[in-house]
Write a protein that binds this ligand. Structure first.
Ligand code: GTP
Ligand code: MG
Length: 321
């Protein structure tokens, strides 16, 4: 049995950066982890992937061979991977003792209606992979009721399409306060609370013709009552740690992981309730903001911070447990 994460989310939501940060964190807590790059369009990848789709097929090959555009070529590559899944399965055999992070492309159709990603994950599940889908969404969407409702709909569609345990994540929470004012406290967005308040804001910016539709969308999401979000700042080890605890619960790692002593049971025992966590994140990133700390960081800066904080903090985490 192997454990892993399917990392998906819209373009630029932070999937590749997440994979690298989570990889560093896991290896720092002695959980042997590798990254599988399944995005042939990933540029300037910060990590070394042990398995890379580009060894099977590249966007360039497809573009040259079939004169397809960038999106069509991406579709072709993922369908090609599905049709040649034995290539991936054989490569994974060398890493049966490892926790696997799969970095996927950001085309939204892959998790809303195109079947290849779903089929690939189903095959891996049959091979005894215990997978969690990590759905990353840029936290800036919380600043606008219209964008947030659209995020909720896509998140719900993804959960129903991929059919894996899913942990939804508001990424880049550290720069949310730079993106505009929130209408509600952060926990309103993470817990997806009473949407009648959101409806009020939606209607403020909609034509009256859409009031009925807005109401039905809010009711639909409330009826399913399935969506919630974790928050993430990838260079904040506490943030990564809290997220990993949720992921370990969702894919069952806490009941018997791969590492010696299974640190995950202890991690999960050391939990805070989601509301408290959201409040702590809000306090940390939304009050006494020093603007100089909140500029958009480059990949390199984020990852350097990430490395140094993990080097220092790993020991504390293990000792505190
Ligand atoms: N401030 C901040 N920036 C982040 C964080 N995570 C990612 N970023 C930045 O977001 C940008 C996009 O990150 P990527 O990891 O390339 O996103 P992606 O989802 O892999 O993008 P595609 O592969 O193009 O779909 C980069 O500039 C990252 O540095 C974060 O937690 N905080
Ligand atoms: Mg990427």
């Amino acid at each position: 049995m192997s454990f892993g994460q399917i990392v998906i989310g819209p373009p630029g939501s932070g999937k590749t950066t997440y994979c690298f940060g989570m990889y560093q964190f896991m290896n720092a807590i002695n959980r042997k982890t590798i990254i599988v790059n399944l995005d042939p369009g990933n540029e300037n990848v910060p990590y070394k992937s042990e398995i890379d789709i580009n060894d099977l097929i590249t966007l360039e090959d497809v573009q040259n061979e079939f004169q397809l555009g960038p999106n069509g070529s991406m579709m072709y590559c993922i369908e090609y991977l599905e049709n040649n899944i034995d290539w991936l399965i054989n490569k994974l055999k060398d890493f049966s003792e490892y926790y696997i992070l799969f970095d996927f492309p950001g085309q939204v159709e892959f998790f809303t209606h195109h079947k290849s990603v779903r089929n690939i994950t189903k095959i891996l599940e049959k091979l005894n992979f215990r997978l969690t889908c990590i759905y990353l969404v840029d936290a800036s969407y919380c600043t606008d009721a219209n964008k947030f409702i659209s995020v909720l709909m896509t998140t719900l569609t993804t959960m129903m399409m991929i059919e894996l345990p899913q942990v939804n994540v508001l990424s880049k929470i550290d720069i949310l306060s730079n993106m505009g004012k929130l209408d509600f406290s952060l926990e309103y967005y993470t817990q997806v609370m009473d949407l009648s308040y959101l409806l009020h804001h939606l209607n403020n910016t909609s034509s009256e013709n859409f009031f009925g539709l807005n109401k039905i969308l809010c009711e639909l999401i409330e009826e399913f009552n399935m969506i919630g979000f974790q928050t993430l700042c990838i260079n904040d080890k506490n943030s990564v740690y809290n997220l990993l605890k949720e992921i370990d619960k969702s894919n069952g790692y806490i009941f018997g992981g791969l590492s010696e002593g299974n640190e995950s049971i202890m991690m999960s025992a050391n939990t805070t309730d989601p509301l408290t966590e959201a409040r702590q994140v809000q306090e940390k990133y939304f009050s006494n903001i020093d603007d100089s700390q909140n500029i958009m960081k480059s990949d390199r800066e984020i990852l350097q911070d990430s490395v140094s904080s993990l080097d220092l903090d790993n020991i504390n985490i293990i000792e505190n447990i």
